[in-house]
Structure formats: C-alpha cells, structure tokens
Design a protein around this ligand. Structure first.
Ligand code: ZN
Ligand code: MN
Length: 498
C-alpha cells in the first residue's frame, strides 16, 4: 500500500482584462459610422480604418470622455497627461501592422471595485483603463474540397475599444465572475458600452494561476481567450483550476501561455506562448498629440456621472424600506430602477406610512407578476407595453378596493398584451369588485350546496377543507370578491347547522 500524500492546498489568483466597445457614433480615429452590426462586410470603412499609407488619425473626443467616465466610476485617478502608443504585432486582422493603444500613460489608473461573492466582499484593484482601436474580423471557412481559407471583414477595425485591467486580486472563479457582472452593470449604467458578451462588444480574458496557500509569490499564469459568455468564462476558469492543480500535484510546472476555451469539449487548449510587453516594441504614436487633461474637465465629467448601482441600492434601502434582496433586484439595471421610481412618482403625495405601502406594492408587482410576464416573453423592461404609470394605476385600483388582487393579475395580463389602460380593461371584462354583499353570499351558498362532501369533511373536523371551498368561491366570483370577505362568509355559513 502506498502512503497517502497530503494534497497541497492551493490558492487561486485571477486577474482580469476586459475589452469593451464604446457606444460612440463614429469610429475611434475616423468618421466611419460605428453602427456596422448586421451590415454587409467591408461597408463601414475608409482609408483611415483600412490602414492606407499616408492617412492621419483624429482622436474621437467622445471616446475619451466615455473612458474617463468609466475610470471615475471605477474610482480611478485621471492623470493630467495621457498619450497614445503604437503596439506592433503581425496579425492579419490588424490593418496597419500595429494597433494604436496606450502603453505607459493611460487615461485612467489605480482604481478599485468592491465585489460580493458568497457573502464576502473583496476589493479588486483596477490597474488601468485605457483606450485603443479594435481589429478587423477574420472569418475562417472551408471550401467543398476541404481546402481552408479566411475572409477579412474590416467593419470592426478602428472601433473605439476600452481596455480595463485589474490587479490579480480575485481569489476564485466565482469572485472573478462577480467582478465581471459588476463591471458590466456599471458600464451599462453609464451607457458607455452595450457590454454584451454574446455580441462580442464585451470580451474578457482572465489570467489565472495557483500558488500554495499562504504563499505571496505569484505562480505562472495562463491567459484564457475565446470566452463568449459569462457561463463560458466561469467554466473556463474552473477548468484551469482543475488542470493546473493536476499539473502541480503531479510535480509538473505550469507553462505561462495563452489557452483558448473550447465550448464544445469544455476544455482549454494551448494556443501560443504568452507575449511580453517588449515583444510589442511600443513607441509613442507620432501622428497623435499627447492629451492634456484639466481638473475642470474631470470635475465636469464627475458631475455628469449618473447614480451608480451601489449608491442606488443603498438609497433604495433607506428611501423605500425594501429588503436588501429587493433593493439588489430593483437596481439590477438602471431601466428597472427608473421604472420603479417613475411608477411611484405617478401616485399623489402620501404620508410616509402609505408611501411605504405603495413602495412595497410596486416592488411586489414589478419583481413578481410583471417580471414573470417579461421573462416568459423574453422582453426587457424597456420593451414592456405596460408603462410605469399604467402599473401604478392598476395598483391604485387594488388599493382603492375597486379591483381584487386576483382580478388585477388578469388585468395585468391583458395590459401586457395590449398596452391598454387598466380601468378600460376592468370595465370591458366586468372585473370590478363585487360591491354587493348579497351577491358574494349567494356565491358562497351556491358553492356549499354543490360541494356537500367538502362541507361534511369540514364539519367533521377536517379544517383544511375550507381551502377547497374558498377556491371554489374565488372561481365562482372570478376573483372579484375580497378574500377576507369570502373567508368570513364561509366560516359563518359553515358554522350554521342544518
Ligand atoms: Zn474609417
Ligand atoms: Mn488591448
């Protein structure tokens, strides 16, 4: 028997590099329309982004602004001087043979983001946020004989691309994913990027290494590429943890390299050995002036930042007395948070107690029934045909007792399909509350007469039989009678002995 060796306990170390396309109207250094998505190949191009000799780039001021806004939102410093550099490398998707990027003087540096994972908060330091241009796209094909060839689409070349690089501060794939989720949320709140991984305008490349727990040295890191969804990112990182653990446990060394994720097989494969900065022979871009950033410019940008997710969540907790989980869901996107607050604003001012009840009701309807309808139809809140004012109107009808909560669900369903006003639907479908007490009593008596078995069960001590009868009355009245009223009438009638 071989003696059992204690497996080394490793600590996972992850750094993250994200490239996000910016939502400018034109490209980074030319006037080409950035809206090339879905356009035929090579239709959004000009001599500048085609990399023709003799052309001169011009800096897109809006792109600089969007990157700096991001930097401020990520708690970065904005240096007073920044410059662009040439990053030289020989890939066929790079039109000029170099990429205009930023090397030692980026637009933003030294920031941080706090992320929560498994109930723990960790601060992930942001090393830098810089601005560069995107590359063209290569499309690999095979002809019928099996001969492979590649096509080049230059539409994407020269798109403004923001690169956000963290320090190796995440300590698990889950924590790295929490960072990516938070970053995407912030970029969307700012409106600086669509930040959609599946569409390729938010690309992440985690670098991951292991080290014996307690050690402060960094192990050889592996960079993971070709991740096109959050799920793939998580799987890719988890695969690397397992692979590197195996290599180290068997006495091997992890090679510093770039590995590509293969979604079909669920594994990473070696692509090439990792480049080092000196391989790129960076030098200052001679065709662009360095940027001088004034404190007034930065102050103006800071003043224009929208309320960010963390601040909004904290404010919702205080202003609306919602639970932490509800606050988290309500502020998931800026659109949802805005919907919530707009709905509340359409009510008349109310004393604090009533206002809190309303906030609770809007929260329940928005996160409950409306979210269910949105999920089922695959729509985003921005596409919903039920506007915040209409949802508020429906809730008002319930509060005033004009519609029961049950009937209101049916009304919401119709509103969702048609975009019509709740009051019209209530009138047309006869869903208003039954005001007449005798009518409810009549329904209760009819149900009791038709369900003698349940009545007998109840009277012989099976108390839960009343739930069935309650349901039958609800059905009979189409949810138009109040639940407490039905319950009370049922109890009174059942207490009477024949
Ligand atoms: Zn162009
Ligand atoms: Mn880059």
């Amino acid at each position: 028997m071989t003696p059992a060796t204690a497996a080394t306990d490793y600590e996972v170390v992850v750094g993250l590099e994200v490239h996000a396309q910016l939502t400018t109207r034109s490209k980074m250094f030319c006037r080409c329309d950035s809206g090339y998505s879905g356009a035929p190949p090579n239709t959004h191009v000009c001599p500048v982004c085609l990399g023709m000799p003799g052309v001169l780039p011009v800096i897109n001021a809006r792109a600089v602004e969007l990157v700096m806004m991001t930097g401020l939102a990520l708690n970065c410093q904005i240096p007073e001087r920044a410059k662009f550099d040439r990053k030289n490398y020989p890939y066929p998707d790079l039109m000029k043979g170099y990429q205009i990027s930023q090397y030692d003087m980026p637009l933003c540096q030294n920031g941080w983001v706090d992320v929560e994972n498994d109930g723990q908060t960790r601060r992930i330091r942001v090393n830098r946020v810089h601005l560069e241009e995107d590359t063209a796209r290569l499309l690999h094909h095979a002809d019928p004989s099996g001969e492979t060839y590649s096509l080049l689409d230059v539409n994407r070349a020269g798109m403004p691309l923001m690169e956000i690089v963290t320090e190796p501060d995440a300590r698990s794939p889950g924590e790295a994913l929490a960072y990516l989720t938070k970053l995407r949320q912030v970029l969307r709140y700012l409106g600086v990027s669509d930040a959609n991984m599946e569409e390729g305008n938010f690309r992440c490349e985690p670098n991951l290494s292991l080290r014996p727990r307690g050690s402060s040295d960094l192990g050889s890191k592996v960079e993971i590429k070709n991740l096109n969804s959050f799920r793939a990112a998580l799987r890719g990182m988890e695969f690397e943890v397992a692979r590197q653990t195996k290599v180290l446990d068997s006495g091997g060394r992890v090679v510093q390299e770039t590995r590509g994720w293969r979604d079909e097989t669920g594994e990473t494969v070696s692509q090439r050995s990792k480049e080092f900065a000196h391989d790129y022979r960076y030098f200052p871009e001679p065709d662009l002036p360095p940027l001088a950033v004034t404190p007034a410019y930065v102050a103006d940008l800071r003043a224009r930042l929208p309320e960010l997710p963390d601040a909004k969540r904290e404010r919702f907790l205080v202003d609306y007395a919602v639970s932490p989980y509800e606050a988290h869901l309500l502020t998931e996107s800026r659109a949802k948070a805005d919907y919530f607050e707009t709905a509340l604003k359409t009510f008349d001012p109310a004393p604090p107690e009533l206002a809190r009840t309303r906030a609770k009701l809007v929260t329940n309807w928005l996160l409950g029934d409306l979210s269910k309808l949105l999920n089922a139809s695959g729509q985003d809140i921005m596409e919903a045909r039920v506007g915040p004012g209409q949802l508020a109107a429906l809730i008002g009808l319930v509060q005033e007792g004009k519609v029961s909560a049950t009937a209101a669900k049916e009304v919401l369903g119709v509103m969702f399909e048609t975009g019509r006003e709740p009051l019209d639907i209530v009138g047309e479908r006869g869903l208003g509350r039954i005001e007449d007490g005798d009518a409810v009593l009549g329904a209760v008596r009819a149900v009791l007469a038709a369900n003698s078995k349940a009545v007998a069960d109840y009277r012989s001590g099976k108390a839960e039989a009343i739930k069935f009868l309650f349901g039958q009355v609800m059905k009979e009245t189409r949810g138009r009678a109040g639940a407490p009223q039905i319950q009370q009438l049922l109890e009174t009638e059942l207490a009477k002995h024949d």
